[in-house]
Design a protein around this ligand. Structure first.
Ligand code: SF4
Ligand code: SF4
Ligand code: SF4
Length: 576
């Protein structure tokens, strides 16, 4: 690795050549402001907030797009730099509907944060304002409030570069400029896959996820309803951040206690459904691999990925596993099996999933995710909404004692928990597939080849001479070249895991906002550590799952399992 020596704010620094001033400054504890920058995006240098002084340069330079060089002398703050930043902030505020108390930006708003940081107390610019449309006019799970948009374009670039969908773009010119859809369609009528990554990218409250908090509160207050919660594996590694608990702290016990205090009839975990998914998907893979039937097989636990295939690669729909996602499976077994065991009717049960993700809000309305007119899951709350509902009830989350999940849908394995991270579904599947194929226990259940947060990972797994080529992708845009290869008949892979969000659900579109990507590494490490300490680490060893097959489902991929746990897909390629 080539390095360069430079000075930042008077301090000597050694840095990797090729990195930008912004990256190197942040690595050295200097949080230079930036609206349009994001770790996975090509720098656009459009907002100009990150300008710094470089000795010898005539004008200020943008830190996000300027590489560090040998002997550089950089000032990240000075009268000239700070004045420039203040002018940008004042110009943005002069054209902004500043209704902070009712804004969806929550604590993440960089406009507010930077205005305070640079002492902007008064706006000196007045004149014509940008024309904006009414709030909440996307009519979708992802909503738009144009009055809050600062036109940094980060949402557009995230959708294009990270997700590869291009559902939104800049439209019009001058005062009429806006972020919108082609032909002014409602976002729900476009190819948007509801992933919410544009929301995570937005530095203000201009794009946000529709809230279902009020609807869930109503269910909780209705004495005739039995509200059963399930929590996705990723939530335990992130919900604490909303309450001042350091990133990467596992808070499973507090999360369970909080849900009981909200009025939950039962508190279950989606990890159970993840174990069930592995039983179904693992057996489906073994059958298809052995028969060379629709290989490579794709995992199907990410609804954004499901919709992406339906929209852009409908010819590859047969490659997608027919398994519902884990929370849908959990919802189906709660309503159609466990409700009766609890002395309840399935109609009086409300299943609420606490998810990392806005795409799951869309998923519960999929035609295949209702069995006999009854939705598997009634509501999805994102992790952020979960925090909202806890706060609304004056619960001091950080001080809560730890409680356990309810039995039996609270029973799970380390494999189920691994669904939270990129590579985790593949590793969980391999732990079971290998045992079923080899017909003996594994000496080690850790598949290191699929570990880590790299966006693309590949490996060949040797099962006593049978070679299985696997691929793991996160950040949906990274899947496109591999899908094109499959279309062209050039793919060598047998089993492919795809998660929409970079690094997986720990970075989902409904998770607590963060400024520094190091937060995602901490969430990742927390999940990996929790799996390691789990007494049971493989899905086929979960006693509650084995009992479910004995008592009700009979066998993986059997008739009952197909009826309740699998889904058809839809060719949506006619959408423009
Ligand atoms: S985007 Fe930020 S500054 Fe604008 S109303 Fe929302 S919180 Fe306030
Ligand atoms: S939700 Fe995802 S697909 Fe839809 S506009 Fe946002 S980034 Fe694009
Ligand atoms: S990767 Fe996870 S959080 Fe992201 S869209 Fe898919 S299921 Fe949702």
């Amino acid at each position: 690795m080539a390095t360069v020596n430079l000075t930042i704010d008077g301090n000597k620094v050694q840095a990797e050549a090729g990195k930008t001033i912004l990256q190197v400054s942040r690595e050295n504890g200097l949080n230079i402001p930036a609206f349009c920058n994001q770790p996975f995006l090509e720098p656009k240098a459009s907002c100009r907030m990150c300008v710094v002084e470089v000795k010898g340069a005539r004008s200020l330079v943008t830190a996000c797009s300027t590489p560090v060089g040998e002997g550089m002398e950089i000032k990240t703050h000075s009268d000239r730099v700070d004045t420039s930043r203040r002018v940008i902030l004042e110009l943005l505020l002069a054209n902004h509907a500043t209704y902070c108390p009712t804004c969806h930006a929550r604590e993440k708003c960089l406009l507010l944060k930077y205005s305070r940081r640079y002492g902007v107390e008064k706006v000196h610019y007045f004149g014509k304002k940008r024309e904006t449309e009414a709030c909440s006019d996307f009519d979708s799970i992802i909503e738009r409030d144009q009055a809050k948009c600062i036109l940094c374009g980060k949402c557009v670039e995230v959708c294009r570069q990270v997700i590869g969908v291009e559902a939104i773009d800049f439209k019009n010119r001058g005062f009429k400029t806006q972020i919108g859809t082609a032909f002014d369609k409602k976002l729900k009528d476009t190819r948007c896959i509801n992933c919410g990554q544009c929301v995570n990218g937005c530095p203000t409250g201009a794009i946000y996820v529709r809230s279902d908090v009020a609807a869930v509160q109503k269910e909780l207050r209705d004495p005739t309803r039995k509200v059963i919660f399930q929590t996705a594996p990723s939530i335990r590694a992130a919900i604490g951040e909303e309450f001042g608990i350091p990133a990467g702290t596992i808070t499973t016990g507090k999360m369970v206690t909080a849900l009981r205090r909200l009025g939950a009839h039962k508190v279950y975990q989606t990890d159970f459904g993840a174990d069930l998914t592995i039983m179904e998907e693992g057996h489906e893979f073994i059958r298809r691999f052995t028969a060379n039937d629709k290989i490579p097989m794709f995992t199907s636990c990410c609804p954004a990925w499901q919709k992406y295939i339906e929209e852009f690669y409908p010819d590859l729909l047969p490659n997608l596993s027919s398994c519902k996602s884990p929370h849908q499976m959990t919802g189906a077994v709660i309503k159609h099996h466990y409700a009766e065991k609890m002395g309840l009717t399935k109609e009086e049960v409300t299943v609420v999933s606490i998810m990392p993700c806005s795409a799951k809000k869309w998923e519960i309305t999929r035609p295949g995710c209702c069995t006999k007119e009854l939705a598997d899951v009634d509501y999805v709350l994102t992790t952020r909404e979960f925090a909202d509902i806890i706060k609304a009830q004056n619960i001091d989350f950080a001080k809560l004692p730890d409680e356990e999940f309810d039995s039996v849908v609270g029973q799970s394995t380390g494999a189920g928990e691994m669904f939270a991270v990129t590579g985790g579904v593949m590793e969980a599947a391999l732990r079971t597939v290998a045992v079923k194929v080899l017909k003996r226990p594994l000496e080690k259940v850790d598949f290191m080849a699929v570990r880590g947060m790299k966006r693309v990972k590949e490996a060949t797994i040797d099962l006593d001479g049978t070679k299985v080529n696997i691929l793991v992708v996160s950040g949906l845009a990274n899947a496109k070249p591999f899908l094109d290869d499959i279309r062209a008949g050039k793919s060598k892979y047998h089993f492919i895991e795809v998660m929409n969000c970079p690094a997986g659900c720990i970075n989902g579109g409904g998770m607590p906002f963060y400024e520094d990507f190091a937060v995602i590494q901490k969430r990742y490490d927390a999940i990996i550590g929790d799996d390691k300490g789990h007494p049971i680490r493989s899905s086929h060893e979960n006693p509650a799952i084995l009992e479910l097959y004995t008592d009700w489902l009979k066998e993986p991929n059997g008739e009952m399992a197909h009826h309740y746990l699998h889904t058809p897909y839809i060719d949506r390629s006619d959408v423009i």
